[in-house]
Design a protein around this ligand. Structure first.
Ligand code: COA
Length: 198
């Protein structure tokens, strides 16, 4: 599994779910599989490249801090941490007629160990692809595949991040409280679903 763009991966793998974007090429949602140890360095490099391509505002909205680059702890959390059980991640790949497939968005849900019915959620969509329904489609699928027993999302959102608040409100009854430093604490009660088999 690779993170950004690679030759020779066009076409649907069995776990791909085709989705229709507003105003875009064919696309699929694909699970982020745990990465073999000997491929971790490549995955970190791909992640670094993807992060560097984001605008400063998108970087800030995603991580709520200004970072020139991702650190080792984030590599471990965002790559090694994906186990498909308590930390589930999906990405969206667009499949143009010509050229290489490319990842346009990534969404993850991570169970809080100390409160196993709650999970954090995070989504990143490449800047050029904002506003085409990618986050909505990723989250729809992610909620079906969320860790078993998770009934509530709990996360922090920058107060100026209207898109993120709108995207979260779509998922269920939402409670927003103001925390310090221009950040909202957001809780979303999730409607019950049977998580799909992974
Ligand atoms: C937040 C983010 C993931 C949304 O992705 P997206 O693919 O553009 O979102 P969608 O097109 O699915 O739209 C989701 C909702 O946001 C609204 N929206 C999108 N862009 C918006 C904007 N610039 N301002 C206000 N609302 C906006 C859409 O209208 C939609 O709301 P609706 O369902 O009520 O119509 C994307 O903007 C992003 O990557 N931001 C930086 C990282 C981030 O903030 N992540 C979330 C916190 S972890």
């Amino acid at each position: 599994m690779t993170f950004i763009e690679r030759d020779g991966h066009a076409g649907c793998e069995p776990t791909d779910k085709p989705v229709e974007l507003r105003d875009g090429p064919p696309a699929v949602v694909r699970p982020f599989e745990p990465i073999p140890v000997d491929e971790l360095a490549d995955a970190y490099a791909d992640l670094d490249e993807a992060y560097a391509e984001l605008s400063p505002q998108t970087q800030f909205h995603r991580f709520l801090s200004v970072m020139p680059r991702l650190n080792v702890a984030l590599h471990r959390r965002l790559v090694d941490g994906v186990d498909g059980v308590d930390h589930v991640a999906l990405f969206m790949v667009v499949l143009p007629d010509r050229g290489r497939e490319s990842i346009v968005g990534l969404a993850r849900v991570v169970r809080y160990p100390e409160q196993p019915q709650d999970a954090d959620v995070a989504v990143t969509v490449r800047d050029a692809w904002h506003g085409r329904g990618i986050a909505t489609l990723l989250l729809e699928e992610l909620m079906l595949r969320r860790p078993a027993g998770v009934t509530r999302l709990r996360t922090q959102v920058s107060a100026d991040n209207a898109a993120s608040l709108a995207m979260l409100r779509r998922l269920g009854p939402t409670h927003v409280t103001k925390a310090s430093g221009g950040v909202y604490e957001v809780e979303v009660d999730l409607p019950p679903v049977s998580p799909v088999a992974r």
